[in-house]
Design a protein around this ligand. Structure first.
Ligand code: SF4
Length: 459
């Protein structure tokens, strides 16, 4: 295929699919290739990282799947198959296992890389077509601690509740457990704005990251002590009289309990525990409390450990005590990770939620969604189990024996689990969709090509 003389190359404004920054880009046909061009968009303002610039290479990569693959026996080689054959095998397999073991014998595993529409369709497929309660998604390993903390504190699970441009206007920005200089480089433009306006950047990270090197102040707690650091910051704010008492009285509840908790986090004690000097704790609390616009952001570093929910909750408590959420240019937010981790659960991939964050055990929510889907509410399955428990149950006597997966990367080792799912030798996995042939020796038994890679639609 070549471009015809006099015919301008086709272009599409779209987004990089890889991470939550969702940088704007333009795809342009250039002969047989598709090339990536910069696009002005509020999150990236024309910038892209290496993943974005090379996103179109996936479209014609030699390893890219262009046809379904099937195995004729466990451990055998994958071979190309027609769509009819592949779909027939999956449908037959689902029917056989559900007839014999019940509907919950088939599980669905979704991903934060799916668009809203695909996430919605996958959840509906699980509940209406398969009628299995076993659906969950890989976002459980992403920002789920922040989601749980958000629900606990605000009653809503929402990553970033303000535009990224607000970061550039913050007088103080506290960044906890994030290294955007390497993971989301275009976001650094907003931090540069902030610095240019005289703002202070404070980074909390055990590692001296590329982002921490740019900070005005780097708190370097020993791993696992960031919860203590958060409580110490609130301890200092209380001691110094920096808490916004009117805001706390009018807009929060439970502050007395929080006050009692942080009372024990004396800065000198926390210095001994975490290695963060008292002077740095005091300077951080002062920088957040004595300006008009301050923002606290958490990310995976604060979230992905055993006390992740409590750690994020402690930073939210600090933000609330200082009266930041709801004040222009201030607040608390979570830097999301996967391309659509937020949308993935908003649209019904979690075991306990229907689309729109509706609880699947709420009769009114079930009635509403069932009416939209045109099925009886009593036909919708009940809640399943979160992803971690779901993967551990696969192939066991009480768990599903078949899994439809839309998130192949999650089959890598998980926290506390050095290998894959313990039952993976005994269950059957179908991958849909995937862009490249899998490298696993014995599974999946079936996989189908997808159109992952740069999308053709833009916001
Ligand atoms: S920062 Fe994220 S969205 Fe932007 S180009 Fe890189 S991977 Fe893509």
């Amino acid at each position: 295929m070549t471009t015809r003389p006099g015919v301008p190359p086709r272009e599409a404004a779209t987004h990089c699919p890889y991470c939550a920054l969702q940088c704007g880009m333009v795809l342009r046909e250039n002969g047989r290739r598709v090339e990536v061009l910069p696009r002005q968009f509020p999150t990236n303002r024309g910038g892209l990282c290496q993943k974005g610039w090379t996103a179109a290479e996936l479209l014609d990569h030699p390893d890219r799947l262009t046809t379904p693959l099937v195995r004729d026996r466990r451990g055998g080689e994958l071979r190309p198959a027609s769509w009819d054959e592949a779909l027939d095998r999956v449908a037959t397999g689902i029917r056989a296992v559900q007839d014999r073991y019940g509907r919950d014998a088939v599980a669905v595993f979704g991903g934060g890389g799916l668009t809203n529409e695909k996430a919605y369709a996958l959840g509906k497929f699980a509940r209406v077509a398969l009628r299995t309660r076993h659906i969950d998604y890989n976002g459980r390993w992403c920002m789920s601690s922040a989601a749980a903390a958000g629900l606990r504190a605000f009653g809503v699970d929402r990553g970033l509740p303000f535009p990224l441009a607000d970061l550039g206007r913050a007088e103080t920005l506290l960044l906890v457990g994030a290294n955007p200089a390497e993971t989301m480089p275009p976001l650094l433009r907003h931090l540069a704005d902030q610095r240019a306006r005289g703002g202070r950047l404070i980074v909390v990270d055990p590692r001296l990251t590329a982002t921490a090197r740019q900070a005005d102040l780097h708190l370097q707690p020993l791993p696992g002590t960031d919860l203590a650091v958060a409580n110490a910051l609130l301890h200092v704010a209380l001691s110094e009289g920096w808490v916004d008492r009117a805001y706390v009285a009018e807009r929060t509840s439970g502050f007395d309990e929080v006050r009692r908790t942080v009372a024990g986090y004396w800065p000198a004690e926390v210095e001994r525990l975490s290695g963060v000097p008292v002077a740095d704790l005091e300077a951080t609390a002062r920088a957040l409390a004595t300006v008009d616009r301050a923002i606290i952001l958490t990310a995976r570093g604060a979230e992905q450990h055993a006390k992740g929910v409590d750690t994020v909750t402690a930073f939210v408590n600090l933000a609330l005590a200082l009266g930041l959420p709801g004040r222009p240019g201030s607040g608390y937010g979570c830097l999301t990770g996967q391309g659509n981790g937020q949308g993935g659960r908003e649209h019904g991939q979690k075991a306990d939620q229907l689309p729109g964050y509706r609880r699947i055990d709420d009769p009114a929510a079930r009635e509403h969604v069932a009416r939209v889907w045109g099925v009886p509410a009593e036909d919708l399955p009940g809640p399943g189990v979160p992803a971690y428990a779901l993967l551990d149950s696969l192939g066991t006597a009480t768990g599903p024996g078949r899994c439809w997966s839309s998130a192949p990367t999650r089959w890598c080792p998980r926290p506390g689990r050095p290998g894959s799912s313990p039952g993976c030798a005994t269950w059957t996995c179908w991958w849909w969709p995937t862009s490249c042939a899998p490298r696993r020796p014995s599974w999946p038994t079936w996989c189908c090509p997808s159109r992952s890679g740069p999308r053709r639609t833009a916001r």
